[in-house]
Design a protein around this ligand. Structure first.
Ligand SMILES: Cc1cc2nc3c(=O)[nH]c(=O)nc-3n(C[C@H](O)[C@H](O)[C@H](O)COP(=O)(O)OP(=O)(O)OC[C@H]3O[C@@H](n4cnc5c(N)ncnc54)[C@H](O)[C@@H]3O)c2cc1C
Length: 384
């Protein structure tokens, strides 16, 4: 292959959640882009498998995420308009916790600051409007009709597919083995040969550790359990037309969350949103240990306590990876020391819903060096 064929405007390292979206936005702008992925697209070794990822606007974690979410919703709809499969389901989102916990206070603060439509619910209203849920009398509720879920494997595949339709070159099963940056651009060594580009975007998920460690930022990769249970009550009560996505602050500030049954899958999915057991970087990508019985018993106990009609027999379970930043906020921006390099990492178990807008932001950074989106609060420089 000639040197010209191996030179690109932008190379994207990692075609997972964020990388597939970056390839899509770059290709749609007519940029010559190469995406390199070490596994299949999609795959079940990283952070984007499990069939559902919650999307919500009432961002209790930080109100500055809300404008990004507004744009993320628009871009998910745009992707879906050209997709063969449905990607985003607006089931409504129900968030339950005590009046002093962060889920209620933070969601209300985001709603107030950004004028988000929502319904506040007292305990009696929770019981009346959502009778499947049983929560302590001290709990309050926040419901937003825009809440719902995205199908992550389909969305990764669709971003990559539409990127290719717009001219991107995407290579699966092609690990990046090394890269170097100079003021003129980057040289990338992969299992399929060497490539060069003006810009490199690094979206390596759980494999980003060594790159950020050089900047003094420590990422912690953790093993997270997801499980699916057959409903005990009439399954119709729990379909995506009849049942919301939910989050319950079971162990403030952490909690459990779950989904209705999906069109192609029996069973309600539940997981805990709390960094799990840390995993050594070199274990990542080899079969991560499956859940053990006590982890599954814990999830069933939570369902039995809060949604008893959903707590039937276990159907299926698996593990997945969180890549936690030191403050649980994302790390997105230009590399502080290497001008041709942009970074998107440390999505800390809540990043998927943003993948569509992250693709746009990363395309902006690689082509213009800046973005119109307010991402200063996510800058890698904030760690000093
Ligand atoms: C159980 C679970 C539940 C979650 N629930 C939600 C939720 O409800 N809502 C939400 O918004 N978020 C959720 N998340 C978080 C969300 O899924 C992640 O934040 C997001 O997927 C991270 O995207 P990423 O692109 O950083 O990683 P990934 O999607 O894993 O992509 C990184 C890619 O880089 C590739 N790569 C790495 N190194 C190389 C290399 N050297 N060469 C080539 N390729 C390489 C990897 O193979 C991988 O494909 C959840 C995560 C988990 C694990």
């Amino acid at each position: 292959m000639s040197a010209a064929n191996n030179h690109f405007d932008v190379i994207v390292l990692g075609v997972g959640s964020m990388g597939s979206a970056a390839c899509y936005h770059l290709a749609k702008r007519g940029i010559k882009v190469l995406g390199l992925e070490q596994f299949d697209i999609p795959h079940n070794q990283g952070s984007h498998h499990g069939k559902s990822r919650m999307i919500r606007k009432a961002y209790y974690e930080h109100p500055d995420y809300v404008p990004l979410l507004e744009r993320a919703y628009e871009l998910w709809d745009e992707l879906e308009a050209d997709a063969t499969e449905k990607i985003i389901y607006r089931t409504g989102g129900l968030y339950l916790g005590s009046s002093y916990g962060s889920i209620i206070t933070g969601s209300l603060e985001s709603a107030r600051k950004h004028g988000l439509p929502h319904r506040y619910l007292n305990h009696a209203e929770i019981c009346e409007q959502f009778p499947s849920f049983q929560v302590p009398e001290t709990f309050e509720g926040y419901f937003e009709s825009e809440g719902g879920f995205i199908r992550p494997e389909d969305a990764v595949q669709e971003h990559a597919h539409q990127a290719e339709k717009n001219g991107a070159r995407i290579l699966a099963s092609t690990p990046v083995l090394d890269w170097v940056s100079s003021p003129d651009g980057v040289e990338v060594k992969s299992s399929a040969g060497n490539f060069s580009a003006g810009q490199l975007i690094i979206c390596a998920g759980a494999w980003t550790g060594p790159i950020l460690r050089d900047l003094g930022i420590e990422l912690t990769v953790t093993r997270q359990v997801q499980a699916w249970f057959e409903p005990k009550d009439d399954p119709k009560k729990f379909t995506h037309e009849n049942f919301p996505c939910w989050f319950i602050e079971t162990d403030p500030p952490h909690g459990h969350y779950g989904f209705p049954t999906l069109p192609s899958q029996k069973g309600l999915k539940i997981a805990e949103h709390k960094p799990g057991e840390p995993i050594l970087a070199d274990q990542v990508g080899q079969a991560v240990d499956p859940p053990n019985q006590s982890e599954l018993d814990d999830l069933q106990r939570v369902l039995n306590t809060f949604i008893p009609g959903a707590a039937g027999q276990l159907l299926k379970s698996c593990t997945c990876l969180y890549t936690n930043s030191p403050d649980q906020h994302f790390i997105v921006g230009k590399h502080p020391e290497l001008d041709p390099v942009s970074l998107a990492a440390g999505f800390s178990g809540h990043g998927y819903k943003f993948a569509s807008v992250m693709g746009e932001i990363l395309a902006d950074l690689a082509t213009n060096g800046a973005t119109r989106h307010s991402i200063e609060f996510l800058s890698p420089k904030r760690f000093g």
